[in-house]
Design a protein around this ligand. Structure first.
Ligand SMILES: Nc1nc2c(ncn2[C@@H]2O[C@H](COP(=O)(O)OP(=O)(O)OP(=O)(O)O)[C@@H](O)[C@H]2O)c(=O)[nH]1
Length: 250
């Protein structure tokens, strides 16, 4: 029989950063509501919207935070960086200063979000790619170089106005996040002292108790209790004589 229970969706926090006017709010509105407004007000502080999305069969709810790009709102936006899973660093293709500003945005984010710069999924988004070629101030190659210098793997050009690549930019972020998760999991496994709770741990423990004889049900009960206690408090160390210190990962 197939499992008919709806799959739970994973909540991920995404922040969009970049200079005022590069089109962060337009990007968010296009992605969430598929709308575009020519005359947007500047964002004051932060705003967020949720969007459900399925990628490679997995359901996600993206909680997307649109931040104010103007310097005077710095103190209002930075408290919201903590807990982020993905960061979109935005510039506008008709504004070379907005590309130069990405260093500052990345540093501001790293200062307040407290994440590992080498392992965090940054996506560089060049918005307004609907502009005529003569208005373009930033070449694709130049941004690729900046990304390579910063060890950022993902760069995409979008247009909120023409609805080009907007969903792809968020999916790119999600894919990068999934990749980083796989790398982190593989590292944990390599550490060797992690028990994978998808494997039948309890059954193995029971069998060991039985072959040890003596006490039967009592010891069996102990083994269960130990295992339950460890699952309830993953960080709690257990008695080394009974079992090796173990990390549990759900
Ligand atoms: N040509 C073009 N113009 C765009 C695009 N996206 C946004 N704009 C224009 O850029 C202006 C600023 O866009 P916003 O989305 O408000 O910019 P923002 O980055 O959120 O600005 P702050 O809220 O000040 O940080 C909009 O009013 C649009 O006129 C786009 O894809 N193409």
């Amino acid at each position: 029989m197939t499992n008919m229970r709806p799959q739970k969706s994973k909540l991920l926090k995404v922040v969009i950063l970049g200079d005022g006017g590069v089109g962060k709010s337009a990007l968010l509105t296009r992605f969430v509501s598929n709308r575009y407004e020519e005359n947007n007000f500047h964002t004051i502080g932060v705003e967020f919207m949720n969007k459900d999305i399925v990628v490679e069969g997995e359901r996600y709810t993206l909680q997307i935070w649109d931040t104010a790009g103007q310097e005077r709102f710095r103190a209002l936006r930075t408290p919201f960086y903590r807990g982020s899973d993905i960061c979109l660093l935005c510039y506008a293709l008709d504004d070379r200063d907005s590309l130069n500003g990405l260093d500052l945005w990345r540093n501001e984010f790293l200062n307040y979000a407290d994440v590992d710069p080498e392992k965090f999924p940054f996506i560089v988004v060049g918005n307004k790619n609907d502009i005529p070629p003569q208005k373009r101030q930033v070449s694709y190659e130049r941004v690729q170089q900046w990304c390579a210098d910063q060890k950022i793997a993902s760069h995409i050009e979008t247009s909120s106005k023409a609805a080009t690549n907007v969903t792809d930019a968020f999916i790119l972020g999600l894919r990068q996040w999934r990749h980083m998760e796989c790398v982190a999991e593989a590292e944990l496994r390599q550490q060797g002292d992690t028990i994978d709770l998808t494997r039948p741990i309890r059954l193995v423990q029971r069998r060991i108790c039985c072959t040890g004889g003596g006490g039967g049900g009592g010891q069996d009960g102990d083994a269960d209790n130990d295992s339950d206690a460890a699952m309830r408090s993953p960080g709690k160390k257990r008695n080394a004589a009974k079992a090796p210190a173990t990390n549990y990962r759900l």
